[in-house]
Design a protein around this ligand. Structure first.
Ligand code: FES
Length: 123
């Protein structure tokens, strides 16, 4: 008998530059039987752990770009990207911007072309 999935596993990038030299992934289980947007998942992670830093975006219509985040290695708009129950996702700060804390970046400081290249080719 098929049992419907009832949760989403979110592996979330955590980094506090005042306390750590490197970031790490922390797993959270989000209970749901409905698809959730990535922004909703981030809000639920923040509810579970109020020390988790994430942006609260403004338009929720895929127009402002303030919800940009990397999901499973790809930059997407978190307000329109849906995640299905049963999925496991990795949420990291969007690439090519200076990291502030956890998944929050400084959009006013895009990384230079050399930094982008170095970031993408190191692994
Ligand atoms: S909240 Fe504006 S594009 Fe997502």
């Amino acid at each position: 008998m098929f049992a419907p999935a009832t949760s989403i596993t979110a592996k979330v990038f955590r980094f506090d530059p005042s306390k750590e030299k490197e970031g790490h992934l922390q797993s959270f289980i989000i209970k749901t039987s409905e698809p959730l947007s990535v922004m909703t998942i981030l809000a639920k992670v923040h509810d579970l752990d109020p020390t988790f830093a994430c942006r609260t975006s403004t338009c929720f219509k895929g127009k402002c770009g303030s919800c940009l985040i990397r999901v499973n290695g790809k930059n997407v708009l978190g307000c329109i990207e849906l995640v299905q129950p049963g999925e496991e996702i990795t949420l990291e700060p969007p690439s090519h911007f200076q990291l502030i804390r956890d998944v929050v970046v400084d959009f006013s400081h895009p990384l230079g072309a050399q930094q982008k290249y170095d970031e993408e080719t190191e692994q």
